[in-house]
Design a protein around this ligand. Sequence first.
Ligand code: UD1
Length: 419
Amino acid sequence: MDKLVIKGGVPLSGELRVQGAKNAVLPILAATVLADGECVIHNAPRLRDVNKTDLVLTRLGCSVKREGNTIFVEPTAECACSICEELMREMRSSIIFLGAIISRCGRASVGMPGGCSIGLRPIDLHLKGLRALGVDITEERGYINCTAKRLRGADIHLDFPSVGATENIMLASVYADGETYISNAAREPEIADLAELLNRMGARISGAGTGLIKIEGVKKRLCGAEYTVMPDRIAAATYLAAAAATGGDLLLTGARPDHMEAMLHVLRDMGADVCAHGGSIRLKAPKRLRGIHTLRTMPYPGFPTDIQSPFMAAASLAEGTSVFTETIFENRFQHVDELVRMGADIKVVGRSAVVQGVKRLSGARIVARELRGGAALVIAALAAEGESEITGTEYIDRGYEEIERCISECGGIIKRVSE
Ligand code: UD1
């Protein structure tokens, strides 16, 4: 098991290139299953979750090769149509393969993804959408078995704009007879990224990135395509929050500030000087950050749940009180106990956390229990006095590419120790 050892108190300053988006590359890799030919995916971050997705593709019978940040995927004619329970449990987002496999093979069998540490994570909306397209679904001994003689276009309204359900329905409907409309679709930029790749492959999708997506089923098999994954808005905002919390001056390049408005707005409200130009964002921290008043996590374009904990780490050192309300997942305050161990003053009341800013945090031995909560602990450790040791790095590695290299390049004192 690795741990990250961080000596805090050094402002994070310098220049950093933003990694490719984890939440975009996962559905994009799932979409490659649909190609008759090779897909070449550039800007694929080197992450644990991406490696697991490569493994799923290999088990499905695809040839997968990686060169640096480019992944080459070519499905074989004989595509397998099941994903075992173990792989599904390790990575819940493998559920995104369901729609792609049904589209390709007319049937699919995947292990039940189950809950995860941040919450229940049901898949009822995915299944409701697939049923509307004509998929027969049965659940048996921990597996979801799907068959579809013929997929037909449908009008599907999502009760909640679920990212995964929107992506799964898009993938399942590319070959359906007629048109499919998804209303109250998720509007996250990663949805538009997936649609752009699918359109390059020959699909006909419009409206992705808005609440109404139209998919016109095509008869011709999708072909291979070359695609560059969008920049990771959550990783970008994490490094900005780290610079803000440490009193730094950071220039991010290769970013999409237009995807990050809610987060940049909050950083400005906290007193940071944030300038966005083309693909660059520069943040200069104030002497001391201001508290956030109230912040509610919301579907895009609202404030993302994934950045709630990194921003809470920054707010724990701000002047005044900040209130965070988590509306998307039930259990996304697991970082709070660890921040409190470092000297933060945070009280959780139901779905809200009230943060009274303190003047300093102290280094401590702390445990990451999930991906973004782990990133919050890294930020707190960088801003704290003294040394911290963070275990549970396997969670952080699910979403941050070479986090210790990125931080060291900006002057942070961090090392990975393997035990
Ligand atoms: C994706 C992101 C994740 C992010 C989340 C919300 C990926 C790989 N992961 O996860 O990082 O935190 O969006 O922005 O892209 N829900 C249901 N029924 C369903 C599906 C979802 O009730 O069938 C609920 C969930 O319990 C949750 C909410 O909808 O409360 C949001 O989930 P969803 O948007 O589906 O998130 P994911 O796609 O799993």
